[in-house]
Write a protein of this length. Structure first.
Length: 262
């Protein structure tokens, strides 16, 4: 299963709405150029954000764009024509210079609606998932200050990798976990913590982020598993959270209509 559309943002999708593009005056890119990718390019490139709000995402499919725009994994996108998961496009877009990072996802939603004529609806399906709940340990996370929502990897002298997050809600943590390359989360994560605030915290995990050989998550190439160091499950328990594998209702996106861009 392909997990693509690498971007340099980890930002929140502002809520699941009843319809995909019905909000009044949704945020949009100032300009956007979309063209078919060069067929001689076998591997998709890495998305990047440049100074001045310029965004470049080469070699990605419509389903890749939906994954980013709506914060879902590929197996949570149902329906649509075959080409939506095969044909690749290059996107160069210009966001307002002072646009907040959390506006990028709604901007991509608007882009998909306008240029690909995308229409979706959402359904709840019971499927295998990880469920995030409050654990038995005292919480080791602090309420955020309301600033920018972000997460970053860093290396520790012990050989572990640290994921440090600021102003992250539990719902957004659940959304992001499958995209944290190399931690072994291969199913959707459902937030059942009941916590509504945004928090600051860090997790130390024993899977080197830089070691290649895996698929691609939101943060780049996943790492090959290693045996030493805490797993993501143990790391979450250390800060007062718990991750269990079981059947749970998962919200999926169903493509009702989509067209090639003109």
């Amino acid at each position: 299963m392909e997990r693509r559309l690498t971007v340099l943002l980890l930002s929140a999708l502002a809520g699941w709405q009843a319809h995909s593009q019905t909000a009044p005056n949704p945020p949009a890119f100032e300009v956007a150029d979309i063209k078919p990718s060069d067929p001689s390019t076998l591997m998709p490139g890495k998305g990047r954000i440049l100074p001045g709000g310029r965004i470049e995402i080469p070699g990605s499919t419509v389903k890749n764009f939906i994954m980013f725009a709506y914060g879902v994994q590929e197996d949570m996108i149902l329906g649509g024509p075959k080409w939506a998961g095969q044909d690749r496009f290059d996107v160069v877009a210009k966001a307002p210079p002072n646009a907040a990072a959390e506006m990028m996802r709604p901007m991509f939603q608007s882009l998909l609606a306008e240029r690909f004529k995308l229409v979706i609806h959402r359904e709840d399906q019971v499927r295998a998932a990880y469920v995030l709940t409050v654990g038995k340990r005292a919480p080791q996370f602090q309420k955020g200050d309301g600033g920018r929502q972000e997460c970053n990897w860093s290396s520790l002298e012990s050989g572990l990798r640290r994921r440090e997050c600021h102003n992250l809600t539990m719902a957004e943590l659940a959304r992001q976990l499958p995209g944290w390359g190399g931690i072994g989360i291969d199913l959707p994560v459902v937030d059942q913590t009941g916590l509504q605030d945004a928090y600051n915290f860090h997790l130390d995990v024993g899977m080197p982020f830089a070691r290649g050989g895996g698929e691609h998550g939101e943060d780049g190439p996943t790492a090959a598993p290693v045996e030493s160091g805490p797993t993501i499950f143990a790391a979450l328990e250390q800060i007062g959270l718990k991750l269990d594998s079981r059947k749970a209702p998962v919200q999926v996106i169903v493509i009702d209509h989509v067209e090639p861009p003109k």
